[in-house]
Design a protein around this ligand. Sequence first.
Ligand code: GLP
Length: 241
Amino acid sequence: MKIIKVKDYDELSEKACRFIIDKVAQIEKPVLGLATGSTPEGLYQRLVEKNRQDEVSFKDLSTFNLDEYVGLAKSHPNSYYHYMYEKLFKHIDISMDQVHIPSGDVANLEEECMEYEKQIRSVGQIDVQVLGLGVNGHIGFNEPGTPLSSLTHVVDLDSSTRKANARFFDSIDEVPEKAITMGIETIMESREILLLVSGESKAKAVTRLLNGEVSSEFPASILQKHKHVTMIADEEALGSN
Ligand code: GLP
């Protein structure tokens, strides 16, 4: 794993933006895997700016998001569709039919999971998967205990995850109990992974990710086995690592 240590969140966002822009420029029809949460917000802001300034075009880009809450319509302010549309897609020159996010408000969730996995395979491979890190080691919404061989599936969210994400909702009771997420295997099949980690609250998780044993009890530990991971982390997240 390549580790890029940065001073703070601003520098993390700047470096991540440069990383993505370089990849998009190098690949003819780039496919990006995208994450939500607070961590990639600065990256998305910068990508919007660079697109406005004509430093990068996203017209040949396809995207696949990691996850979505079950039960929230696309238009719900806390759906990940809404997040992605408001923070990135509506501001850039991407074609919306090349954007993929699992739907959490369909009648048949199992079918949606299989269909999503099929869509990913139909483009070949995700070139760069952007990942954040959950305090409990989740990647996407793959909570501790998720089999390392999992494909896109429905998960019961951990109480710690619902608590951590309650800040986006009016109360914890409104945080959905389930989500659809790319599986650990789906993520591992990406050609390259860009892991972004910021802040002291992630320091313990970073230590376990780097030094702990590879185990489904700490899903992010599997990244030790991926051949092409770049982690950009700020000083607070890296701690003494
Ligand atoms: C969320 C998302 C993940 C995200 C992680 C970290 O629950 N499902 O995709 O990477 O938790 O979020 P944050 O960046 O807000 O700390």
